[in-house]
Design a protein around this ligand. Structure first.
Ligand code: FAD
Length: 474
């Protein structure tokens, strides 16, 4: 018996591992092998989403490529379900499992920056904050995501959207090559000139093709100071604010990247006590260019109507990158629904205004991402990532601190998403929960899905790596 559940399901049962095999693994492994009886097991089995509570039989905490190869071969020999973890921020908890082998890359978090050549080598266990810190020492950056404790690996393998994408493209658009351990435990490198089809699939196709051990990125000049922050209005103003926002961004430069947020005003030191807990709509932005120019571009929106709070200021890019960190703490209960839409039509604005008013949890929120710019200028078939022509991406988060009230927030997120259904144009694969094979196919579209499926057959015909947004071998 190897699995009791369907493809991609993390609640699988696997056979128990003989003690002699575990002892042999420990003897040949550079890092730690942690079992349920070992110190640290409780800490290392946890993932970011507190609603996911799974217990792997073994956690292989890798220190390098050799450990990854050893772990993959062990998992295969023992017929274990294998989960692979970078930063552990998969919304549906795909980077852990019950009873199988967890290949934990977190100890491999080195970042090597060559400022002259403008490239960075990044090990697969690094977090965005670790990458930003090292690159910003040289006034350089890799376009990445907006919460600094997210993993570089999972984010990159799905595409990578963030504050400077409209200027410099997706994270995958700055990827030069990757090192990977295949399902057979073999080491391969993929780039434009080497295993090009695999490289195409890795730029959006997730963890389907192997365990990436190292990424090599091109770096771009940025900051270190940027004009960034947020302006808040009362949620009652949502329709007016969104219409003004739509007009304001219509002709904006690529340097400007915005996200509209709806939530209850958070209890943070920068938020006045009388505002905390009140429903607000905010335009959050980062200007990836000259600070004074950014101030000019932002002025009309910041001056619109009667804002209740304005937090825009020149600041270090690394500080802005951490702005959302307190809103997405480890261990809270998280649920997300996501979709792309083509435009902020009056109908879409109506849905946003109506459902935003129904937020009741201090941790629930929506992020409405402005797409376009450099992302849309890369040909759609250049990478496996889909959604380059999206106008906006919705990320609707029904979150609570504990299990208490979680069902209600999840339902709120589902209702919001369902109300947007007439306008859905696609979905970003990294914002999917475990929503089934049809949704994964929708995320890629039929043509790319078939191409990914053929690639899967070439690199992982037995679907050994299936705890991901799974594309089964075609
Ligand atoms: P993990 O849970 O470790 O892994 C996620 C998936 O990738 C799993 O299937 C795992 O097996 C696989 N995987 C991980 N590492 C490897 C590897 N080395 N080789 C092969 N497969 C691997 N996305 C954005 O694009 N932009 C954002 O700004 C953004 N913000 C986010 C903020 C938060 C708080 C969260 C929770 C998510 C955010 N996301 C964002 C989505 C994010 O990109 C995905 O959740 C991503 O999968 C997280 O990567 P990770 O390494 O932390 O996850």
């Amino acid at each position: 018996m190897t699995s009791t559940m369907g493809t991609g399901d993390t609640r699988v049962r696997t056979p128990s591992v003989p003690n002699s095999a575990v002892a042999a693994l420990r003897a040949s492994f550079g890092g730690q092998v942690v079992g349920p009886a070992d110190a640290g097991y409780e800490e290392h089995r946890r993932v970011w989403n507190g609603s996911i509570d799974r217990r792997p039989a073994l956690i292989a905490r890798c220190t390098g490529v050799d450990d990854v190869r050893t772990a993959v071969r062990f998992g295969r020999e023992q017929q274990l379900t294998v989960a692979v973890r970078g930063g552990g921020h998969s919304f549906p908890g795909l980077s852990t499992c019950d009873g199988g082998l967890l290949i934990d890359l977190r100890p491999m978090n080195g970042v090597r920056v060559d400022p002259g050549a403008r490239v960075a080598g990044v090990q697969a266990g690094a977090l965005l904050g670790e990458l930003d810190q090292r690159t910003q020492e040289h006034g350089l950056a890799v376009p990445s995501g907006i919460v600094s404790h997210t993993g570089v690996a999972g984010l990159t393998l799905g595409g990578g959207i963030g504050w400077v994408m409209r200027k410099y493209g997706l994270t995958v658009d700055s990827l030069e090559s990757v090192d990977l351990v295949t399902a057979d435990g073999e080491f391969v490198r993929a780039g434009e000139d080497e295993n090009a089809e695999l490289f195409w699939g890795l730029r959006g196709g997730g963890g389907n093709f192997g365990v990436v051990t190292d990424f090599r990125f091109r770096l771009h000049p940025l900051g270190p100071q940027v004009m960034a922050g947020a302006t808040f209005w009362s949620m009652d103003e949502a329709e007016r604010v969104l219409r003004a926002y739509r007009d304001w961004i219509a002709d904006c430069p690529d340097e400007l990247m915005t996200i509209v947020v709806q939530r209850l005003a958070p209890a943070l030191p920068v938020v006045p006590a009388e505002l905390v807990g009140r429903p607000v709509i905010a335009v959050v932005a980062c200007y990836a260019g000259d600070v004074d120019e950014g101030e000019e571009v932002l002025r009309p929106m910041r001056g619109f109507g009667s804002p209740v709070l304005d937090l825009f200021a020149p600041k270090p890019y690394v500080v802005h990158q951490q702005m959302f960190d307190p809103s997405f703490r480890h261990g809270c209960w998280y649920y997300v629904r996501s979709c792309d839409v083509a435009a902020l039509t009056d109908e879409v604005i109506g849905v946003v205004a109506e459902h935003g008013r129904r937020i009741t949890s201090p941790l629930s929120s929506i992020a409405l991402w402005q797409m376009g710019g450099a992302v849309a200028r890369v040909p759609d078939d250049a990478t496996a990532f889909s959604g380059r022509s999206a106008g906006f991406t919705f990320n609707i988060n029904g979150n609570t601190a504990t299990a208490d009230g979680f069902d209600d927030q999840r339902q709120w997120a589902r209702d919001y998403w369902t109300a947007l259904a007439p306008f859905h144009t696609g979905v970003y694969v990294n914002f999917l929960m475990e929503e089934g094979g049809t949704r994964v196919r929708q995320a890629y579209g039929d043509t790319k899905y078939r191409r990914l499926s053929a690639l899967k057959r070439a690199y992982d015909p037995s679907n050994f790596f299936r705890l991901n947004q799974n594309v089964p071998p075609g």
